[in-house]
Design a protein around this ligand. Structure first.
Ligand SMILES: Nc1ncnc2c1ncn2[C@@H]1O[C@H](COP(=O)(O)OP(=O)(O)OP(=O)(O)O)[C@@H](O)[C@H]1O
Length: 294
């Protein structure tokens, strides 16, 4: 590397005393202290990273008395901005409930959830609707595209409904990233399942949301189409700086993520950084073995 020819600038010489300033009032930021007790989630997360979504002692129960089911039991976890996280765990462990409570699709019984710095557990229904529209993208197992609209129209539909204009440069970048440039005029029935899900991914990305939640986004796809969609989600994180949180049962899908958070019985029980399919599978096998013996 070339050395700079510039000489270092000397420190400014003060000739007069510094004027006395009123001390600046530092307003406490209502940022969540998460997790309150150090958990595996805290130890693997970069300490300085910005959280795109946070849960603090989030509890969700259904029913009362003998029929009460605790779907989430004091879950504290943070999802950093610009990262791809998979949520895994056995059926009924609370994956979808956690995602729904974090995305403002369902309300928690106790505890707190944030999208960025906004505490969503204290918002009204109207405020939640606006937050979901403006700051959250969703990709579900079913593609949920409107059959009468073209791919391009489906992608911009949420923004058209909201009356906002898409950022053209961003939209082009999204469409290129998900590889849809040649398919924009096609209607859903003229597209393969994988292409339809890529339209759904582009639709989720179009408004530059703070975070995208995916609930088994490749659950309805064959392995090749699933791999394509996962690669596009991966690219959206790497190339567009998006944040993605995805619920999956599939170790191959989880391997596309930067981190896997494992749930069991409504609690975060472990996590893994830089997962590979083999390590995730191994972890699941060991976990099942422990579950059988306990
Ligand atoms: N609306 C509801 N009413 C009653 N119980 C519910 C409701 N929704 C979820 N549950 C229960 O909460 C628990 C967690 O459910 P959740 O759907 O979050 O699990 P999951 O890990 O996503 O499961 P799966 O992998 O099978 O989709 C389960 O015991 C489930 O039966």
């Amino acid at each position: 590397m070339e050395q700079s020819s510039q000489t270092p600038r000397p420190a400014p010489h003060r000739t007069c005393p510094r004027p006395t300033r009123r001390p600046r009032r530092i307003r406490p930021r209502p940022a969540p202290e998460v997790p309150v007790t150090p958990s595996p989630a805290a130890t693997l997360s970069a300490p300085h990273a910005v959280a795109a979504a946070t849960a603090e002692r989030l509890t969700k129960s259904y029913g009362t008395g003998e029929t009460r089911v605790v779907a989430l039991d004091q879950v504290s976890v943070r999802f950093e901005a610009g990262r791809f996280t998979a949520i895994m765990g056995p059926s009924g462990s609370g994956k979808s409930t956690l995602m729904h409570c974090l995305a403002g699709l369902d309300s928690a019984t106790e505890g707190h959830a944030w999208i960025g710095d906004t505490e969503i557990t204290s918002l009204s229904d109207k405020q939640l609707t606006k937050l979901r529209r403006d700051r959250v993208g969703f990709v579900f197992q079913a593609f949920n595209l409107l059959p009468t609209l073209t791919a391009a129209e489906n992608i911009t539909l949420p923004m058209d409904i909201a009356g906002t204009k898409p950022d053209a440069a961003w939209l082009n970048q999204v469409i290129e990233t998900v590889g849809l440039s040649g398919r924009l005029k096609h209607r859903p029935n003229q597209l393969s399942g994988g292409q339809q899900q890529r339209v759904a991914v582009a639709r989720a990305l179009a408004s530059k949301p703070a975070i995208i939640f995916g609930d088994e986004p490749t659950g309805n796809l064959d392995s090749r189409a699933g791999a394509e969609v996962l690669q596009f989600l991966r690219n959206s994180v790497r190339e567009l700086g998006q944040t993605v949180v995805m619920v999956t049962h599939d170790p191959m899908a989880a391997a596309y993520a930067d981190r896997v958070v494992f749930l069991a019985d409504g609690r975060v029980v472990d996590e893994m950084a830089d997962p590979t399919a083999e390590r995730v599978l191994d972890h699941m096998r060991r976990f099942e073995a422990v579950g059988r013996t306990s």
